[in-house]
Design a protein around this ligand. Structure first.
Ligand code: FMN
Length: 250
């Protein structure tokens, strides 16, 4: 499968990722969590702004309230560690000694903060997996983003983006296949001409994956699932972001 000249333990780790949604009832040792967070912090960050914060949620009641926002995904409650990754321009404002009106919190600032948070989180995910833990991102905390922010006591200019469950896996799910690389890689200019074939191939691979995972009960192709996903009413976070001080129209 791999090109034998380009093998590494990191590649093996990245290529074995799968989201974990059932965890053993074992804490993540403090030292392991510290290394995971240090790895997160070492990710690249726009202009060294480090425009994100992480809320470690240890309070069980708070976990239950977040799980309720997240459509009752019970692993939010049962996972040994639950981290909420936030876009954060407020620490920068405080550090720089600025009034809110002195700084820009526009779409670019939000994008920087969201990218910083995602890069740090993915470093944390890979670090955790390298130590034998499993992870699952939880975007569903944005089902009611204002409620999540209130539960976590987030000040203006801080927005919750996604949660992350971490713990020892108590399941070994099948790996979910990805699109063929020619569907996502373009050379010099955007080119959609490879999509039809690539998506057809991927639909077959995805249907086979789902069939195996569900014991034959499901066999939807990826494009069919995406059609359903894209035509559902979306989460609405625009008003919250505006009230939180992010001016996305600018
Ligand atoms: C930002 C983000 C939010 C996600 N939110 C959820 C979620 O709320 N619940 C869940 O079970 N999985 C969630 N996932 C996991 C994805 O469903 C999963 O990564 C994707 O289906 C690919 O599967 P894999 O990670 O097992 O390869 C999320 C992933 C990302 C990146």
């Amino acid at each position: 499968m791999h090109d034998a000249r380009y093998e590494s333990a990191v590649l093996d780790l990245l290529m074995s990722h799968r989201s974990i949604r059932a965890f053993r009832d074992e804490p993540v040792p403090a030292g392991a969590l510290r290394e995971i967070l240090r790895a997160a912090q070492q990710a690249s960050t726009s202009s060294n702004m480090q425009a994100y914060s992480v809320i470690r949620v240890t309070d069980r009641n708070l976990r239950s309230e977040l799980a309720a926002v997240a459509g009752q995904q019970q692993y939010v409650v049962t996972c040994p560690e639950f981290l909420v990754w936030c876009a954060d321009m407020e620490r920068l404002r405080i550090a720089a000694g600025l009034e809110p009106s002195d700084m820009s919190c526009n779409a670019e600032a939000f994008t920087i903060a969201a990218i910083d948070a995602a890069l740090a989180a993915q470093n944390a995910a890979v670090a955790a997996e390298s130590l034998g833990f499993g992870i699952c991102y939880i975007g569903a905390i944005r089902n009611d983003i204002a409620k999540t922010a209130a539960l976590l006591g987030l000040p203006p200019r801080v927005a919750p983006l996604f949660g992350m469950c971490i713990g020892r896996p108590d399941q070994a799910p099948l790996m979910r296949p990805r699109l063929p690389v020619q569907a996502v890689l373009h050379e010099n200019r955007y080119d959609a001409s490879a999509y039809a074939d690539a998506v057809a191939d991927y639909d077959n691979a995805h249907a086979a994956y789902l069939k195996e995972r569900s014991g034959g009960r499901q066999s939807a192709g990826w494009s069919e699932q995406m059609r359903e996903r894209l035509t559902r009413p979306p989460r609405r976070i625009g008003r919250f972001l505006k009230e939180q001080g992010f001016e996305l129209t600018d």
